[in-house]
Design a protein around this ligand. Structure first.
Ligand SMILES: O=C(O)CCC(=O)C(=O)O
Length: 263
């Protein structure tokens, strides 16, 4: 079962549940008005470019958008949500001086899509070498998530398996939740998009947060034009990876103050 909390639950309580069970749902965190404004901004991009990411892993009835900061001014508020950052920091900060965004992806699962293969997001890194969590994902429901429309499936629990290579059919729980809620899962947690048996699309935006000293999954320096980065608050710029980690990694000699860009 995926532990479930209301938006006013304590950050540490949510982080403890995430660490223990591998996933946690927090209900109704974002205002409906913010989601509506954000989805109105990104829907044209889904319609025009979303098909470009169709493949066996992403699905052939699924539209995707990367570099989400390029497509909506409202995204920063979602990316830098205080609860998400507090929970992600509780898991990751013991192993780094600052956390950063790994990737930003909007996902529209269309009617008729089959269930995505179960996978762990941290398999992009040499996970066998590192004995701690490398990243945390925060997947926001932009529509109500139901069993029928493809709610994310998660292998949760204290005795959860994290190895998808054996090909066994693991028990999954669906992240059924109202629009504006989110499911957070560890990088090591098996999960995947659900099959969409409904007649409506199921939209989400998923952001990953990783240790500040790792290479980011999505290359933000090439994905985001300087003008877009410059529009963000300093906190969001830093989160997007436009900063050094500590005093020795990712230095930019032209900017000894480590601010990288002025707004
Ligand atoms: O859309 C979803 O519910 C999950 C997508 C996912 O896990 C992925 O593509 O990595």
């Amino acid at each position: 079962m995926i532990p479930r909390f209301q938006a006013d639950a304590g950050d540490q309580q949510c982080a403890d549940a995430l660490a223990t069970m591998g996933a946690v749902i927090v209900e109704s965190v974002l205002d409906e008005a913010l989601i509506d404004a954000f989805t109105a901004d990104i829907q044209p991009t889904f319609d025009e470019q979303g098909y470009l990411f169709k493949n066996e892993f992403n699905g052939y009835q699924t539209h995707r958008i990367g570099g989400v900061a390029n497509h909506s001014q409202y995204f920063a508020e979602i990316l830098a949500n205080a609860k998400v950052l507090a929970v992600a920091e509780a898991i990751l900060r013991p192993h780094c001086e600052c956390i950063q965004v790994g990737s930003t992806t909007a996902i529209e699962i269309l009617p008729g899509e089959k269930a995505q293969v179960l996978h762990r997001d941290d398999s992009i890194y040499p996970i066998d070498l590192l004995p701690f969590e490398l990243q945390v994902s925060a997947l926001w429901a932009l529509d109500d998530f139901t069993e029928e429309n493809g709610a994310t499936r998660v292998v949760a629990g204290t005795d959860r398996v994290t190895d998808a290579t054996t090909g066994e059919a693991w028990h999954t729980d669906s992240a059924i939740m109202p629009k504006g809620s989110l499911v957070m899962y560890l990088g090591s947690t098996l999960h995947g998009g659900g099959a969409n048996h409904s007649s409506q699309h199921r939209r989400a935006v998923v952001n990953t947060y990783c240790l500040g000293w790792l290479r980011q999954e999505e290359n933000q320096y090439l994905t985001l034009p300087q003008a877009v980065v410059g529009q963000q608050s300093e906190a969001v710029r830093r989160l997007l990876g436009f900063q050094s980690h500590g005093t020795g990694l990712g230095l930019w000699p032209q900017d000894p103050d480590d601010l990288w860009f002025d707004s």
